[in-house]
Write a protein that binds this ligand. Structure first.
Ligand code: S3P
Length: 439
């Protein structure tokens, strides 16, 4: 794999307007459901990052004709729920947890065998959370001894719907079980300990597949229906916008407009948490795009203060904590995060890796089993960061330079392309002094 280092000069402000790339979660699901639908699905705003391309290539390998992507436009010629064909080799999901977990659900119900694998990070991540419920439904899956990928899914099994209480708040596990439910006999019902992103449910409905919601925590569906091809306009990813929300909040003199950002209420925890810290974020021109709420976000710099982060916001901001930790480090006073043990099993252990990076920049950061305590002092030192190949760690520390006393060097940044191709250009265009070098 190519290695890449970011060198970011200290100081500056973020100004102007920008549109960050398409939502990663929605882009994955658009390819998956579009492939399994009858007829054509037209997608605009598709995220051409490596994670979503891994999903797209996997469906091509299973016989689906997919035109594009070309400037975010993709046309998927759906083959119907039973039209996929056996791939000739293992499907490589790269760095993408969403690809492997959601696809294990929909592949468990196929007539053919598949092997799902990925890179060094993905093959370390926990997969029992999906293999257990799928096995309960009647799937036959082999994993490694530690319960991780490669996953070998045996085709030709008869799946039956289950009533599954999720052990953790995970949209990937919920979606995996629901996608297996498309192939299961009877009703598949999932209950979450706390609401998580509901893009799968919304998109199933968009493809004409009935989904029942029972209160805020339970969703059910009946197998054996059909998906009808549709049109999907993917909003900008609030998880990518988050780096700019934090950067503009912490850098004095900033004023930034982020256009057409997805503001699904299961994703907006980052706005709520930053506002609780004193951030100045306006949600402008709210509207609907293809069943998903979108808005423009105006963010201006503000004096932030430390807070105890309400635990109910954790699943609604789960990918934004690397960026939020930078905000906390630049705030005055103590920020305490609890109830976020899931951060330890993301692309990296985001509690440990962020704490190490913050300490390298002179911040008093104390990792805990399920979160972090950060003593903000309003400024950071320059320093060198190991991102551990985690895209969100790399982009978060790039923003940290805006408030640092010296240059910030970040190693192992190539995976920024998994979720945010074009980050460097957009960051430079809005005010970050960032250069890349190989190695
Ligand atoms: C995602 C769900 C979350 C999130 C990931 C995308 C999804 O993972 O961290 O980036 O698209 O469903 P978990 O379900 O593991 O929390």
């Amino acid at each position: 794999m190519t290695t890449l280092t970011f060198h970011v000069e200290p100081g500056g402000a973020l100004r102007g307007r920008l549109r960050v790339p398409g939502d990663k979660s929605i882009s994955h699901r658009a390819i998956m459901l579009g492939s399994l639908a009858e007829g054509v699905t037209t997608i605009t705003g598709f995220l051409e990052g490596e994670d979503c391309l891994a999903t797209l290539n996997a469906f091509r390998a299973m016989g689906v004709r997919i035109d594009g992507p070309e400037q975010g436009s993709v046309v998927v010629h759906g083959v119907g729920l039973h039209g996929l064909t056996a791939p000739t080799g293992p499907l490589d999901m790269g760095n993408s947890g969403t690809s492997i977990r959601l696809m294990s659900g929909l592949l468990a119900g196929q007539a053919f065998d598949t092997v799902l694998t990925g890179d060094a990070s993905l093959t370390r991540r926990p997969m029992r959370r999906v293999t257990e419920p799928l096995t309960n439904m009647g799937a036959r899956i082999e994993a490694t001894e530690t319960g991780s990928a490669p996953l070998h899914l045996h085709g030709g099994q008869r799946l039956t719907g289950i009533d599954y209480p999720l052990p953790m708040a995970s949209a990937q596990v919920k979606s995996c079980v629901l996608l297996a439910g498309l192939y299961a006999e009877g009703v598949t019902r999932v209950t979450e300990p706390a609401p998580t992103r509901d893009h799968t449910e919304r998109m199933l409905e968009g493809f004409g597949y009935p989904v029942q919601r029972e209160g805020n925590h339970t969703v059910s569906m009946t197998g054996g229906g059909r998906l009808q091809g549709t049109v999907i306009d993917v909003p900008s990813d609030i998880s990518s916008a988050a780096f700019f929300l934090v950067g503009a909040s912490i850098a004095p003199g900033s004023d930034l407009l982020l256009e057409h950002v997805g503001v699904n209420p299961t994703r907006t925890g980052v706005i709520d948490i930053l506002r609780l810290m004193g951030a100045d974020i306006e949600v402008l021109n709210p509207r609907l795009a293809g069943g998903e709420p979108v808005a423009d976000l105006r963010v201006r710099s503000a004096l932030l203060h430390g807070i105890a982060i309400p635990e109910e916001l954790v699943p609604l901001a789960i990918d934004e904590f690397p960026a939020l930790f930078i905000a906390a480090a630049c705030a005055e006073g103590m920020t305490v995060l609890t109830g976020a043990e899931e951060l330890r099993v993301k692309e990296s252990d985001r509690i440990q890796v962020m704490a190490d990076g913050l300490i390298a920049l002179g911040v008093a950061a104390g990792p805990t089993a399920d979160g972090m305590v950060i003593q903000g002092r309003g400024t950071l030192a320059g320093g060198t960061i190991a991102s551990h190949g985690d895209h969100r760690i790399a982009m978060s520390f790039a923003m940290a330079a805006l408030r640092a006393g010296g240059p910030v060097t970040i190693h192992d940044c190539a995976n920024v392309n998994t979720s945010f191709p074009g980050f460097v250009t957009l960051a430079r265009n809005t005010g970050l002094t960032l250069v890349e070098s190989a190695g």
